[in-house]
Design a protein around this ligand. Structure first.
Ligand SMILES: C[S@@+](CC[C@H](N)C(=O)[O-])C[C@H]1O[C@@H](n2cnc3c(N)ncnc32)[C@H](O)[C@@H]1O
Length: 357
């Protein structure tokens, strides 16, 4: 079944769509201190997951609109019905031929999942882990079990999965990042993606509890990590969101630093309550570009004041439209998804590094 798609939605993307983030379920078996999905966990009491048939139709339509990469996440996607999850993976990889399919997980799943044939078709499995130490990890990733996650990472690695990690960087681990990288490299993790927990004056700051670090602390981590990667040939690749640059650097190359999924129309985030959005900074808000209606099988354009694009001057303005009114002194805030020099299918497809001067 195909969705009937509003023409304004199609026209906005106009063949530019490259990736789909499918939030299959809002449910999670953990309660991380800094989690930005708190409103989805606790307020969306009814439509907590995207039914299998709806999910398959959505990823099919979005593939037709150009998406080549699919990220399955949540909530915790492994809480979704196992058979249905495997069917969605099979559909994405075999029938729809998404070039790259990955799954984000807290790693607490039953390890037999890793042996399932359709699960093995994943191009990447990304585990969330914040520390090489159980006491640190489990105290912020509440409900998690370091040993169990590590066990699943080891099995996945032995089975030949591309095992990657996302680490949030917050005040509980900010001083042990080098140790974390060494540890993950040692256990065969191929790539580490950082999520700095910063408060920059956007609504989702409300959910970070007191775990955030300062922009200066993050800039120090970035400097250390750049030196760290350069110091010797490392097996682990790092994806480092820059988040903030000096104004003079930004002004010297706004086309490069002005990476913005809303301007590029490169992604779509699909949520169980029907919200379709582009910018991850709008998560936990009513803002988005449209909705899907699972009963009516329609995709509607958001023509209300909550359209996330409404106040953007995307053609003329370069800094992140969601952070442009905030005061950062002599610094400019960057898109949270802008990760210079990253080896990642969409970033490379856009040939973004070519813009670096
Ligand atoms: C919300 S989880 C969902 C997928 C899965 N349950 C997991 O734990 O990986 C996706 C990633 O977002 C990160 N995350 C949670 N809260 C965040 C926040 N406030 N800012 C940035 N990243 C955050 C998590 O640490 C995790 O790596």
């Amino acid at each position: 079944m195909q969705f009937v798609i509003d023409e304004r939605f199609r026209q906005f993307f106009d063949g530019r769509l490259k990736q789909t983030f499918l939030y299959l379920t809002d449910d999670c078996n953990m309660r991380c201190a800094y989690c930005l999905y708190k409103p989805d966990l606790d307020f969306h009491l009814v439509e907590k997951e995207i039914p299998k048939v709806t999910a398959k139709s959505l990823i099919s339509d979005l593939r037709e609109m150009g998406a080549i990469k699919l990220t399955i996440m949540g909530g915790e996607p492994t809480l979704y019905d196992r058979k249905a999850l495997l069917e969605i993976l099979r559909c994405a990889k075999r029938e729809l031929q998404y070039e790259y399919v990955r799954l984000d997980t807290n790693g607490m799943f039953d390890s037999t999942l890793l042996y399932e044939r359709d699960f093995r078709s994943l191009d990447e499995i990304t585990f969330s882990l914040d520390s090489p130490r159980k006491e640190v990890n489990d105290s912020v990733r509440v409900g998690g079990d370091f040993k169990r996650v590590l066990g699943n990472m080891r099995i996945a690695s032995n089975l030949g999965y591309s095992v990657q990690v996302t680490s949030a960087v917050h005040r509980h681990n900010v001083n042990e990042i080098e140790e974390l990288v060494d540890f993950l490299e040692g256990i065969g993790v191929s790539r580490l993606n950082f999520h700095p927990i910063l408060r920059t004056g956007v609504p989702r700051d409300a959910w970070t509890s007191e775990a955030h670090i300062t922009p200066l602390e993050w800039m120090n981590v970035c400097e250390k990590m750049k030196a760290f990667s350069a110091e010797r040939a490392r097996k682990i690749m790092l994806r480092i969101p820059e988040r903030i640059v000096r104004k003079e650097d930004f002004d010297s190359n706004p086309d490069y630093y002005g990476y913005c999924p809303e301007r590029l129309g490169e992604r779509i985030l699909v949520h169980p309550n029907g919200t379709l959005r582009i910018c991850a900074l709008t998560i936990g808000t009513p803002y988005g570009i449209g909705w899907f209606d699972r009963e009516g099988m329609t995709i509607a354009w958001n023509d209300k004041p909550t359209n996330e694009l409404r106040d953007n001057q995307l053609a003329t303005e370069r800094p992140c439209p969601k952070q442009r009114r905030l005061y950062f002194g002599n610094y400019v805030p960057l898109c949270i998804s802008f990760k210079p020099r990253q080896k990642e299918i969409v970033y490379e497809d856009l040939d973004w590094e070519k813009r670096r001067r």
